[in-house]
Design a protein around this ligand. Sequence first.
Ligand code: SF4
Ligand code: SF4
Length: 97
Amino acid sequence: MATQGTVTFNRDICKGCGLCVTACATHLLVLDESEINRKGYHPVMIIDPARCNGCANCALMCPDQGITVTQDRIACEGVGREGAARERGAGRQLVHV
Ligand code: SF4
Ligand code: SF4
């Protein structure tokens, strides 16, 4: 059994500090230089959501609690996603905003 995560950001409160970017060992997070939020910062975004393992290190690192991670279990060896019958985000929510 493996896990996959769904990450959501509150981009309006992100201050672009980059702590979550550094915390992601899979290097999935970047600051979105194409956007400026209400605070005047480039907010964080995820570049390859399918590769998120749901570790929640990014959410734990955010000083403003601007990240929510939901962890889903997935089956291995081509059996398919165990949680496919569930709504995305219906798995174990690790960190609340
Ligand atoms: S949950 Fe883990 S793998 Fe997913 S974006 Fe956050 S730090 Fe990276
Ligand atoms: S740690 Fe929080 S405030 Fe800093 S860039 Fe990431 S989401 Fe934004």
